[in-house]
Ligand binder design. Structure first.
Ligand code: PMV
Length: 313
């Protein structure tokens, strides 16, 4: 349609490496099928309009547009009415702000710009929301697949596509107390004040993530149990840092009792995203039913729960 610019960004699931990635350790994750679609319609007033966005986010996004637009090539700066359609849960650790940045940059720069150019521009845009983003969320949003990342802040991380094997997940998100920025800053403060235990956890998390990347790179589905064991071990470390919640712990425990080979929180923590991994889709479907029944009767707040299987191309 004439006068309409369109961009799409995917959500992501961080599998291993949250927090340790901030200190240079490798991380891995995959692109989710959930996405944010952004359309920019021509606007006769020639200014930005955000009719789908509530007041609080509208102020934030208006500031974002004021900061971002001058950095775009002159012929790509034309403002308009932004319409947003998204099924990525917001503020839960599924990369909704990264998807927003990717979709915006794609719509503004046009489809002829290469993937690396979109990633680079979206990474710069994400700095508006997160200060010093690792680039993993925007990478997974653009690259589409299962990837290992080698952090190189403030530059983009190195990205390596992993063969992987079919991964059957039950993915959830619990109400979140705290932001990524606050949780990362709190941990940094502990480490900088000489908390050796916290640093020990970071080192072990980095090692577990590297091991998981090795398993996924090998691409042998017989190793799914090993991947689950690594997820459990990483979750225990994150919980030791105080990054889990009793509600997430309870859901993970129930998932394991329902046949998961392992599971962990995903992303910064304090509630938010988590996943359980299963050997086959049938067991994952059955666990989805059991956990859905439990969470509705629990009263600990709204929990998003969905099934997702990733299959290599
Ligand atoms: O924003 P989240 O919840 O996806 O967490 C990002 C992962 C961290 O390691 C905590 C931060 C980062 O930039 O790597």
């Amino acid at each position: 349609m004439a006068g309409e610019r369109v961009g799409l960004g995917h959500g992501k699931l961080l599998l291993f490496g949250e927090h340790s990635a901030v200190y240079g350790y490798p991380a891995c994750g995959l692109t989710l099928s959930t996405s944010l679609r952004l359309r920019i319609l021509d606007n006769p007033q020639n200014d930005w309009q955000l009719p789908d966005i509530d007041d609080r986010d509208c102020r934030l996004l208006t500031d974002f547009l004021a900061v971002m637009t001058p950095n775009l090539p002159v012929d790509c700066r034309r403002p308009g009415e932004i319409r947003v359609d998204s099924d990525i849960p917001q503020g839960m650790g599924f990369g909704s702000s990264a998807a927003w940045c990717v979709a915006f940059v794609r719509a503004m720069l046009g489809s002829e710009v290469a993937v690396d150019g979109i990633w680079e521009a979206a990474h710069r845009a994400e700095a508006f929301f997160h200060g010093t983003p690792s680039g993993i969320d925007t990478g997974l949003s653009v690259l589409d697949g299962l990837y290992a990342f080698a952090p190189a802040p403030p530059a983009l991380p190195g990205a390596r596509r992993l063969d992987g094997f079919p991964l059957h997940f039950l993915i959830g998100a619990a109400p979140r107390a705290g932001s990524t920025h606050g949780l990362v800053a709190g941990l940094r403060e502990r480490i900088e004040s000489g908390d050796g235990d916290a640093w020990g956890v970071i080192e072990r998390l980095g090692k577990l993530s590297a091991e998981a990347i090795g398993v996924l790179a090998e691409g042998d589905s017989a190793n799914v149990t090993e991947l689950g064991r690594l997820a459990d071990a990483a979750h225990q470390e994150l919980a030791n840092l105080g990054l889990s919640t009793s509600y997430v712990d309870q859901l993970l425990r129930l998932g394991r009792e329902s046949g998961a080979v392992g599971g962990k929180l995903s992303g910064a923590g304090g509630g938010g995203a988590f996943y359980l991994l299963f050997k086959d889709p049938e067991t994952a479907d059955a666990a989805h039913r059991s956990l859905s029944a439990v969470r509705t009767g629990n009263g600990s707040g709204e929990v998003t729960l969905f099934r997702f299987s990733w299959v290599p191309e």
